[in-house]
Design a protein around this ligand. Structure first.
Ligand SMILES: NC(=O)c1ccc[n+]([C@@H]2O[C@H](COP(=O)([O-])OP(=O)(O)OC[C@H]3O[C@@H](n4cnc5c(N)ncnc54)[C@H](O)[C@@H]3O)[C@@H](O)[C@H]2O)c1
Length: 539
């Protein structure tokens, strides 16, 4: 097993694969329509929204009722990303903003702003449940709490504030960091979890249902405080970085600022833009594209959440249903694996001959969408492309066909084309709309074409464990790197760290890794302690 010290040390060695690779793949973070999706996932993480399932008859789009607050700016604060997982258990009962109340925890500490500090014990239970399913980050906490590799780190955090991220926040504190934390999403905070963090003397400024003004106020409270000069940012969506750059730029000039760690595709895109414009004032680590995070987020997590999303929203029985999945990349492969295992009859659409051939090898029929659109019961898009399912396709679907999107952008299904006077929209449940044609035919549209699993199911704690481990290691690396190792640019996590994150999680399965003999290592041209694959290896 690779130790933390050796992982970080060899990872930062300038020679060989251990050296940090600068990612210049600008296109990596753009979706096919040439821009980062402005997908407004504000309701995205509300798995079990407390809003009752209203039945609202809507003709066209003009009279559509919204049962959630809308915000105009900062798409990222509404985007739902991998670590967002809302349990729906937060209390909604108080209308007064927490900003109007001074609250103290049991020890008299008041440097926080949460909905109700009294909920702390419920939040603690949620955190303890999450810890059980987050073996990697818990192992990291245990391994490194003596070394305290983050001693002296002053981190501004802006992520979802939920049970899983709380496990990471408390890990960072256990590793020596001082932190001030805000929510990256106005809807996803678990109020009781925020209360538990505050009860544990952590300065957290977050509650569910923040206004736009509250949102920025909370981030500002994390950046600017008495006797507090942050030297790191852990961001999910780029909003803390944005405020730091726009309003508190002097922090970068002191010379003690160590770096930014960014998780989301949106935030990473902003960092690359800043870097290209020469406006990035500190090194930044792109955690979003870390190999291990991508694999788990795209393949394994989607394999589970597609079933969960469809079940929760439609109560459908899968056996014998005809399903077409558009795109046989990582997400598509995950969806197909689980749907096939449930007895669905599967069709795939693909544009890439390599992926199409993979689908054939896996036993799926590769077709054009127009060939099967009349007979399928479920359509799932997973291409990252736009206008994959068009109005023409939807006009041809059979009655009751379920349509959902697993891709990043809400433009894979041409939902806009359904907003015409001839069609009637009927909201039958939270995140479920029936679109009714004049003939009486109904199409079941999930999450209005946004990423269905983020809108209608939860993200497994195990996946968040991988992401948060990667984030924590990125912070440790940036904080401890000798001056000059990182310039003001965007970097990818080195492979050795990905391998280390994986090895921390392997423990949970009591897995036994094969160790290379010296002879074998020499034969393969590898170090016995990794990295075991070249950077271009795709797994
Ligand atoms: N829902 C989630 O939790 C989740 C998680 C990770 C990624 N994503 C998103 O899902 C999307 C797919 O991710 P991925 O990792 O599978 O990407 P990928 O590039 O591995 O796969 C996409 C596949 O779609 C194919 N494709 C593109 N346009 C097509 C078209 N018009 N018709 C048929 N096939 C087409 C491509 O050839 C490719 O094989 C991305 O937008 C990604 O951001 C979603």
């Amino acid at each position: 097993m690779t130790s933390l010290a050796s992982a970080t040390a060899s990872a930062s060695s300038p020679a060989g694969q251990g050296a940090i690779m600068k990612d210049r793949r600008e296109n990596k973070v753009t979706v096919a329509n040439g821009e980062i999706s402005k997908e407004h996932n504000g309701i995205g993480t509300t798995v079990c929204e407390s809003v009752p399932a209203e039945v609202t008859k809507i003709v066209g789009r003009g009279s559509r009722k919204k049962s959630y607050r809308s915000r105009s700016t900062s798409a990222s604060s509404q985007d739902s990303v991998s670590s967002g997982s809302y349990s729906g258990s937060s209390s909604e009962d108080e209308e007064t903003t927490p900003r109007e109340r001074i609250q103290k925890n049991a020890k008299g500490f008041s440097e926080f702003c949460v909905k109700r500090i009294e909920q702390a014990s419920y939040g603690r239970r949620e955190i303890e449940i999450a810890e059980q399913e987050m073996p990697g980050i818990m192992a990291l906490r245990k391994k490194a709490s003596d070394d305290k590799p983050l001693n002296g780190a002053k981190i501004v955090g802006c992520t979802h504030v939920n049970a899983q991220t709380a496990v990471m926040v408390e890990t960072l504190v256990a590793l020596g960091a001082q932190v001030r934390w805000a929510a990256c999403n106005i809807y996803s905070t678990q109020n009781e979890v925020a209360a538990a963090l505050a009860e544990n003397m952590i300065s957290v400024f977050a509650w569910r249902g923040e206004t736009e003004e509250d949102f920025w106020w909370c981030i500002e409270r994390c950046i600017s405080a008495e006797n507090w000069q942050p030297n790191m940012v852990l961001d999910d969506g780029g909003d803390a970085t944005h405020l730091l750059v726009k309003k508190f730029n002097s922090i970068f000039k002191v010379g003690t600022f160590k770096g930014i760690v960014e998780e989301s595709i949106t935030g990473v895109h902003r960092l690359y833009q800043m870097s290209q414009a020469g406006k990035l004032c500190a090194p930044a680590m792109n955690v979003n594209d870390s190999v291990i995070k991508t694999k788990y987020d795209n393949l394994y997590s989607c394999r589970e959440s597609i079933i969960d999303s469809l079940k929760r929203t439609t109560d459908i029985m899968f056996g014998g249903k005809q399903v077409v999945v558009c795109g046989y990349g990582q997400v598509g492969k995950g969806c197909c694996q689980s749907l096939k295992s449930m007895g669905c009859v599967m069709y795939i659409t693909e544009m890439d001959p390599i992926c199409a051939l993979q689908a054939c090898m896996d036993g799926f029929l590769v077709v054009k969408l127009s060939q099967v659109i009349k007979k399928v019961d479920i359509v799932v898009t997973a291409t990252g492309n736009k206008s994959v399912v068009t109005r023409e396709h939807m006009d041809k679907m059979k009655n009751g066909c379920i349509v959902c999107n697993m891709g990043h952008s809400n433009t894979e299904i041409d939902v806009m084309s359904l907003k015409t006077q001839d069609l009637t929209w009927e909201k039958v449940r939270t995140q479920v709309d029936h679109i009714i044609w004049p003939s009486g035919k109904r199409m079941v549209l999930l999450a209005e074409g946004r990423r269905v699993n983020l809108s209608c199911s939860s993200v497994p704690s195990f996946v968040v464990s991988i992401t948060t481990c990667t984030q924590a290691l990125a912070l440790i690396e940036l904080f401890n790197a000798p001056s000059g190792r990182y310039k003001s640019d965007v970097y990818l996590m080195p492979k050795l760290m990905d391998e280390f994150v994986a090895s921390l999680h392997l423990v949970a399965f009591d897995s036994q890794l094969t160790e290379l003999t010296t002879e074998q290592a020499k034969y393969m041209g590898l170090s016995k302690t990794g990295p075991f694959k070249p950077n271009y290896y795709r797994y």
